[in-house]
Design a binder for this molecule. Structure first.
Ligand code: MRU
Length: 361
C-alpha cells in the first residue's frame, strides 16, 4: 500500500482540533489549535482548512469538540444541543458534500450512543453523557483515518490509468492538504510517481485564491515530484503544444449522473481537454458523491467575497466599486468526464449505474 505523506492537515490533539494554517502556506508552516468548536467553524469559513474531505473531517472533529463542553440534564437536551452545533457547521460552506456526509455520520453516532445509554441496565456513575462524548471523539478520529485509507486506495486504482512518462495537468489543490492525508487527484499522482510514471505535473495557479500555486506546488515540490506552475489561462496553449497527456482533478460534490462540482475553472479545463482529445479524470472518495442530487444543476454553488477577486493579498488590483462575480466552484457535465476514480475502483460511463453500484458497495 502507498505511504501516507508527512503532511498533517487536521487532527485531534490533547482535546483540541489542530490544523495546518493553509492561508499561511507556502510562506509559513504553522498550526492552529481550536479549543472551541466556533473556532473550527471560523477556520472552515476563512479557508484555514479547505478542500472537501478536509472540511468534512474538520467538522466531525469540531462537533466532537463542541459536544465535550455541552452540559445537559437529559438525553433529549444533549441531543438537541448536538443537533444545534451540527446546524452551525452545516451553514459554514455549502458545496462540499463531505461536510454534510460527516455531519450525518456524527448525528448517527450520537443517536446510537444515546440509545446505548438508555439501554444500559445499571445507572451510570458520574456524568452519563461522558460516554457519548468519548464515542463522538472516537468517531471523528475514525472519519479522518478512513479518509486517508480511502485516498490511498483510490490513488492505487487511479495509478493504473496513468501511462509511463505522463505529463499531468491538475487544478486547485486536491492533495494531502485538501483531505485528512495523501489526497485524491494528488493521491493518484503520488501513487503513479511512486511507480516512476510521472514525468511532470502542471499545476494551475487557480485564481482567485491560488490553491494551485500556494498549496499544490508546495506539496509536490517538497516531495520532489517534478512540477511546473502555470497560470490558469496557459492551460489551453500548453495542451495545443502537445505537452499534456491527461487532466486529473478532485471534486467537491458529484451528482448521481456523474456531473461534478469542483474549483472554479475546472469546467473550462474539461472543455479544453475534450477539444484536445485528452482524458479528463475526476478523483474523489465515495463521501463526495451525493446520490440524492440527480444532476449538477442542483448542486449549491458557493459565492465568495468580492475582495478575493479585487485584491491579490492586501493589494488592490481592481477599481473601487467595480461589480464582481465570484463563484468558488463550477460544474463539469458528466459527458466531459472520462472516468471517476474512487476507493471502490474506477467508474466509467454510463455513470449512473457505476455510481449506484459503488455507493451500494
Ligand atoms: O475552496 P476550496 O479550496 O475548499 O476548494 C477545493 C476544491 O475545489 C478541491 O479541488 C476539492 O475540494 C477536491 S479536494 C480533494
Amino acid at each position: 500500500m502507498p505511504r501516507e505523506t508527512t503532511i498533517h492537515t487536521v487532527f485531534w490533539q490533547d482535546g483540541a482540533v489542530v490544523m495546518i494554517d493553509q492561508r499561511a502556506l507556502p510562506v509559513s508552516e504553522r498550526y492552529v489549535a481550536c479549543t472551541d468548536y466556533r473556532q473550527v467553524i471560523a477556520a472552515i469559513k476563512d479557508l484555514t482548512v479547505r478542500g472537501a474531505p478536509a472540511i468534512g473531517v474538520a467538522a466531525a472533529l469540531g462537533i466532537a469538540l463542541g459536544a465535550r463542553s455541552l452540559a445537559a440534564e437529559t438525553a433529549p437536551q444533549f441531543n438537541d444541543a448536538v443537533a444545534a452545533i451540527c446546524r452551525e457547521f452545516a451553514a459554514s460552506r455549502p458545496t462540499a458534500r463531505n461536510l454534510f456526509w460527516a455531519i450525518e455520520r456524527m448525528r448517527r453516532c450520537c443517536d446510537r450512543a444515546l440509545a446505548a445509554l438508555a439501554a444500559s441496565p445499571a445507572p451510570i456513575a458520574g456524568d452519563p453523557f461522558e460516554r457519548v462524548r468519548q464515542r463522538l471523539v472516537a468517531e471523528a478520529i475514525r472519519i479522518g483515518e478512513e479518509d486517508v485509507a480511502a485516498n490511498c486506495r483510490l490513488g492505487q486504482a487511479g495509478s493504473g490509468l496513468i501511462p509511463q512518462g505522463a505529463r499531468v495537468l491538475t487544478h486547485c489543490n486536491a492533495g494531502a492538504l485538501a483531505t485528512a492525508g495523501y489526497g485524491t487527484a494528488l493521491g493518484v499522482i503520488r501513487a503513479a510517481a511512486a511507480e516512476g510514471k510521472i514525468l511532470r505535473v502542471y499545476a494551475d495557479e487557480t485564481r482567485p485564491v491560488l490553491q494551485g500555486s500556494r498549496l499544490t506546488a508546495w506539496e509536490l515540490h517538497r516531495e520532489g515530484i517534478p512540477c511546473t506552475l502555470i497560470t490558469d489561462s496557459m492551460a489551453g496553449f500548453l495542451m495545443q503544444k502537445g505537452e499534456v497527456d491527461l487532466v486529473i482533478v478532485g471534486a467537491d460534490r458529484i451528482a448521481a449522473n456523474g456531473d461534478a462540482a469542483n474549483k472554479i475553472g475546472t469546467y473550462g479545463l474539461a472543455v479544453l481537454a475534450r477539444a484536445h482529445s485528452l482524458p479528463f479524470y475526476v478523483a474523489a472518495p465515495l463521501s463526495t458523491i451525493d446520490p440524492a442530487i440527480p444532476c449538477g444543476e442542483a448542486i449549491p454553488i458557493e459565492e465568495r467575497a468580492a475582495d478575493e477577486v479585487t485584491h491579490v493579498g492586501p493589494t488592490r488590483t481592481a477599481p473601487e466599486g467595480i461589480a464582481v462575480w465570484n463563484p468558488a466552484f463550477d460544474v463539469t457535465p458528466h459527458e466531459l468526464i472520462t472516468a471517476i476514480i474512487t476507493e471502490a475502483g474506477v467508474i466509467r460511463p454510463p455513470f449512473p449505474e457505476g455510481i449506484g453500484k459503488a455507493c451500494a458497495s
